[in-house]
Ligand binder design. Structure first.
Ligand code: MN
Length: 278
């Protein structure tokens, strides 16, 4: 089939969410068709705690998974399942909202917060599944180094190593990839899967064209069973995210993503009536 090509580059827009957290919504509602099964990617990169310390106080989710990965930072969290703790440097929180969870996410002041929250849609048959929460600590994430690149496996399998989760509902390959300056990274990919990369730092070329893509962009790569990525002069770090599309209708209301308007109305009715958590 050959190498995937860049079909879309999105830089997103600065947004304020939660109690006033400044973030960049790289992927959002307008991109859902192209990025299915991924709904949203919020990127955090700030050296000013005023941007984020107001945090995301108690709020509900239903019908999705939220995956928060921090390269640097400290996010305190708590949820209606009784979980409580902190996401720290190199750690990931994989939260399955399923039929309903209420949680809070409160970033603490640090030198630099650097990371992202990904929303993965749940298949129709699993929207109302049991809520679950996985605390993936830094030491649980395997690393593969081959001289020019270092790859951390947050989810899925890469070469001989397997990450701490695979994606119970949407099989997800989630890698944190670093390539040395002007190094080349090559990988075989599932031709059926949606695949995008979010550039955390540096720059790189993502297909045979000569265009160099700068950091803080998400790059959608289509059509093909392999990728070849070449880092720029300063090297490249990116999040590699891939999974097969669901191709199901989406009814999206803030933190709740269902398939129909009726299900969405039911969710807000459940919230009003105190039946959301069951
Ligand atoms: Mn949340």
């Amino acid at each position: 089939m050959g190498s995937r090509k860049v079909s879309k580059i999105v830089g997103g827009a600065v947004q304020y969410d939660g109690a006033g957290v400044k973030l960049v919504r790289v992927i959002g509602k307008a991109d859902v068709h192209d990025f299915d099964p991924f709904l949203m990617l919020d990127a955090f990169d700030s050296q000013d705690p005023a941007d984020y310390v107001k945090g995301f106080p108690w709020h509900p989710h239903r019908g999705i998974e939220t995956v928060t990965y921090l390269i640097h930072g400290d996010i305190e969290h708590g949820d209606s399942l009784g979980n409580q703790g902190s996401i720290l440097d190199g750690c990931c929180q994989w939260m399955t909202a399923g039929r309903g969870i209420i949680h809070q996410e409160m970033p603490q002041a640090v030198d630099r917060i650097l990371g992202a929250q990904l929303w993965i849609n749940l298949p129709r048959k699993d929207k109302m599944t049991e809520p679950a929460y996985r605390d993936i600590t830094d030491d649980m994430i395997p690393e593969v180094t081959d001289g020019k690149s270092t790859v951390r496996i947050i989810s899925g399998r890469y070469r001989e190593k397997v990450g701490p989760v695979q994606g119970d509902y949407v099989k997800t390959l989630y890698l944190d990839v670093r390539i040395d300056p002007e190094g080349t990274w090559h990988m075989s990919v599932d031709p059926e899967a949606t695949l995008f990369c979010y550039l955390v730092s540096g720059s790189g070329r993502f297909d045979a064209s000569d265009s160099v893509i700068p950091s803080h962009r998400a790059v959608l790569l289509v059509d093909g069973d392999e990728v070849t990525i070449v880092a720029g002069k300063e090297g490249l770090r990116f999040l590699f995210i891939s999974g097969r599309p669901l191709r199901e209708p989406i009814a999206w209301g803030g933190p709740i993503v269902m398939n129909t308007r009726e299900e969405l109305h039911q969710a807000f009715k459940d919230l009003d009536e105190g039946n959301f958590i069951r």
